[in-house]
Ligand binder design. Sequence first.
Ligand SMILES: NC(=O)c1ccc[n+]([C@@H]2O[C@H](COP(=O)([O-])OP(=O)(O)OC[C@H]3O[C@@H](n4cnc5c(N)ncnc54)[C@H](O)[C@@H]3O)[C@@H](O)[C@H]2O)c1
Ligand SMILES: [Zn+2]
Length: 348
Amino acid sequence: MKKVRVNTSAPYDILIERGLIAKTGSFVKNVSNAKKVCVITDSNVGAFYGETVVKSLKEAGFDTAMFTFEAGEKNKRLDTISAMYSFIADFNMSRKDLVVALGGGVTGDMAGFAAATYMRGINFVQIPTSLLAQVDSSVGGKTGVDIEQGKNLVGAFLQPILVIIDPDTLETLPDKYLSDGMGEVIKYGCIKDKELFETLENNNAYDIIEDIICTCVSIKRDVVERDEKESGERMLLNFGHTLGHSLEKIYNFEGLSHGQAVAIGMVKITAAGERAGLTEQGCAERVKALCEKYNLPTSDKASAQEIARVCQSDKKASGGYVNLVLLNSIGDSFIRPTKLSELESFIG
Ligand SMILES: NC(=O)c1ccc[n+]([C@@H]2O[C@H](COP(=O)([O-])OP(=O)(O)OC[C@H]3O[C@@H](n4cnc5c(N)ncnc54)[C@H](O)[C@@H]3O)[C@@H](O)[C@H]2O)c1
Ligand SMILES: [Zn+2]
């Protein structure tokens, strides 16, 4: 079993091994004195893995119940949280009890937010089952929900007490979500780890996914440990995301998935860096080829003008600048504050 220790204000372990979810109960027992455990999952993941996780928790002596919500980002909202609170309260959970998030990023963000706020905060354990959740959203302590005015606008920081990653769960994850997660995996290679980038180039990532997950989680861990509440270095994790987010918005979060938008954003910003003489020549081509290898798109018909306009309306509050993340070379990134008024010509 691989173990990654995260030394945030409250330290915790990330455990990675095939077949691990069947042993959930004994690992949770090691870190929690809870009597009751509420497993929170969505309709897809619950159908595949709910029973295995609940059975394991019961065998370890926990009084366990499961709350299931309908899968999908559209349900990442406050009424779902409200239903969770009622379920947890009806189950008579106390402050010592525990929430287990079993699912993708939507489940983790919402179960984490419910745990962060129920009785002003109870413990939670993450069992991420999508590649995106395994390499990204389950590490770092950000939780939250969407509101009408925007995604993730309401939330809280809460570090889990344990993260259990079972790469076998990816066998049932639809291909499009696998590619989505690969967008984030490629991002880690770009910003921090040339060796990871080359491993992705020279192998089929899915054949060695356990190692890849461990590498990505360690990179995110290192960044989060140094910058838990997101002031400086953590911004590097936004590589490809500034332009990507604008693209997602242009298509109303329906035309492009997050990973697809990030892939296009990474290629565009790296090409812009090359044109400006800030990024080593040839990087954009390599990023593009790698995204293509993992079935991610690398261009879009939206113009630089459109992308810049959406970004400007997004960032109005931050003093006329946007912090772009650029590559010096593969595996080496930096933050470049850029005037919003110059964004269009920079990316154009
Ligand atoms: N907290 C953070 O730091 C952070 C970081 C990045 C993204 N996010 C959030 O994560 C969310 C996206 O995450 P996601 O892509 O995992 O979305 P998701 O949770 O909706 O999962 C994607 C789809 O895959 C299904 N699924 C998940 N695991 C499965 C499995 N093993 N087998 C079969 N089906 C499975 C889900 O039911 C869903 O239909 C967004 O809401 C985003 O805001 C949070
Ligand atoms: Zn992302």
